[in-house]
Write a protein that binds this ligand. Structure first.
Ligand code: KG4
Ligand code: ZN
Length: 337
């Protein structure tokens, strides 16, 4: 018998997404971003995001069905991100999924957004449990020991900003465009990472928790010192600041990964989230894995960042475990794994 066909919906941040997945096969994955709606505000505006999700999600589902060449009647279950995330957006997805489930009589499954990210290495590469996952994005930064489709252990994470957020703020401080990560990486390519002595917070403390807000403050001070001295930043100053910042983030993530691997005692490691696109970060993590004889995996970026295929896949795994939710499925702004 073939695997069940799962429709997945995702709307917890600034991407409206729908996908159809059967087992590990992605039949369609539609992601409608909202970057242009938030561009003038320096961050995602929850009200604007919620309205855009509510407006676009039906269209997104239709597009995903069309692309997969299936009808709603053929779908076996409807999986939806029920949190954590911006509550207005999560509600838009949950309401849509409930409507579809009520209209068709199909089972409804609420999925934790983080579980979607955590199971992505299985979806893309069939990685067997257990494995260690580092999720590094604009909103998240944590180590998860993934032992089963519904068995996760958080080994540590950021105690303040997520690294992607720190990249975005760094770009803003230096007058570079958003999203900050790619802009900082481009500028850093020409820079000298050793010119500024930026801190590596929490490396002197045991455990896998991380901190990035002090790094941002140090960067701000270094920038202000140059501006006070010379009246502005040159291209070289900017490049050196970016390179120093990027290297500090890579060093923190690499050292904490070394510790998390020792604590988890697993032989497989995967990285997910937008920051995984960064070449310096990726190389530092790969080096730690090579050093510790750990398999390294970085799923394709389109599946590392927010999407609904990961929600459909995680929903399918829960469906196989017998999970079903009722019409009382709640949208949760906070939902630790
Ligand atoms: O996973 P993602 O698309 O969205 C969520 O945060 O959920 O991650 C976006 C974040 C942004 O903060 C962006 O600046 C960062 O990932 N990012 C990068 C790079 N590409 C994207 N950070 C560093 N280097 C990059 N090349
Ligand atoms: Zn995410």
């Amino acid at each position: 018998m073939s695997d069940p066909l799962i429709l997945g919906l995702e709307s917890s941040c600034d991407d409206t997404a729908a996908a159809l997945v059967r087992g590990r096969r992605i039949l369609s994955s539609v992601v409608l971003g909202q970057a242009e709606l938030h561009a003038d505000f320096g961050g995602v505006v929850p009200e604007i995001a919620a309205r855009a999700h509510a407006e676009k999600i039906d269209h997104c589902v239709e597009a995903a069905l069309e692309e997969a060449r299936v009808t709603l009647a053929e779908v076996d279950a409807i999986a939806v991100t029920a949190g954590p995330g911006l509550i207005g957006g999560v509600l838009a997805g949950v309401m849509c999924a409930k409507g579809l489930a009520a209209a068709t009589g199909k089972p409804l499954i609420g999925v934790n957004h983080l579980a979607g990210h955590a199971l992505t290495p299985q979806l893309t590469d069939g990685v067997a449990f257990p494995y260690l996952l580092l999720l590094v994005s604009g909103g998240h930064c944590q180590f998860l020991l993934v032992e089963g489709a519904d068995e996760f252990r958080r080994l540590g994470g950021t105690i303040d900003d997520a690294p992607g957020e720190a990249f975005d703020k760094t770009a803003r401080l230096l007058g570079l465009p958003q999203p900050g990560g790619p802009a900082v990486e481009r500028a850093a390519a020409e820079g000298d990472a050793r010119r500024f002595a930026l801190p590596r917070p929490l490396l002197d403390r045991p455990g896998c928790d991380m901190s990035f807000s002090g790094l941002k403050t140090a960067l701000l001070r270094a920038r202000d010192a140059i501006v006070a001295e010379k009246g502005g930043l040159t291209v070289t100053d900017r490049a050196d600041l970016c390179a120093g910042f990027q290297q500090a983030v890579a060093d923190i993530l690499a050292e904490k990964t070394r510790r998390a691997l020792a604590e988890a005692g697993v032989s497989r490691f995967a990285v997910a989230g937008g920051v995984a696109a960064n070449g310096t970060v990726r190389a530092a993590l790969e080096a730690v894995c090579a050093e510790t004889d750990t398999g390294f995996l970085a799923p394709p970026l389109a599946l590392c960042t927010d999407n609904a295929a990961m929600i459909a896949y995680a929903g399918g795994a829960l469906f196989a475990l017998g999970r079903r939710d009722g019409m009382d499925l709640a949208a949760r702004p906070r939902w630790p794994l």
